[in-house]
Design a binder for this molecule. Sequence first.
Ligand SMILES: N[C@@H](CCC(=O)N[C@@H](CS)C(=O)NCC(=O)O)C(=O)O
Length: 209
Amino acid sequence: MSDINSPVKLYITLTSPYARLARIVVLEKELGDKVEQIIAKTRQVDSPYYQVNPSGRVPCLILSDGTRLEESQLVCSYLDHLDAPPLFEPPTGTVGLQVRRLEAMARSLMDGVSVWIREGFRPVDERSPGIVGHEQARAARLIDVWENEIIDSAMQGDLNNMAQLTLITALQLEQWNPEFKWREGHPRLVEWCDQLSDRPSLQETAPVL
Ligand SMILES: N[C@@H](CCC(=O)N[C@@H](CS)C(=O)NCC(=O)O)C(=O)O
């Protein structure tokens, strides 16, 4: 029988930026005793993890009744509500729409740079210069837009929404991908990123090289 008080199981890898979002929420919400974190073996033939999550992706949360949640937005939202009050829930109305709009744009950056990084992990003769060029150009366009959007009040102040959390995680993919050179010509974004990066939850979950 499931025990409502038993910790939920959060499957992660130490390299996934999507899992990192969930790991940051766990730290920010101080959920250490309510969430057991388990390293999953992803991208391996016949990984035992496929019995837990057939999609093979992280993050994935298994609730005490066995319910499986995947997709970082859903996982983060569940974790954020696990021990009320939520810290990252967008407000209702126009301000909430603005936060969601910015979160979607930050996610576009993260998705694109993740594809770019994945290309780099493929054997040299399997890499696609076309995909790399496409993602490099997408990232450059989005970074230019972010240089202006970063002054939006939703992005400023203390860490309190998923738009901020997703953007900082996407920008810090520079630590994995030396070709993701977004800093030059974007002083406001540099200042925003560097101010946030000392935060303990970000330090503790920094990308593992
Ligand atoms: N849209 C998903 C993306 C998750 C995702 O792609 N995770 C990658 C790690 S960065 C993964 O688990 N890949 C393993 C695989 O594709 O088999 C989310 O937001 O959670």
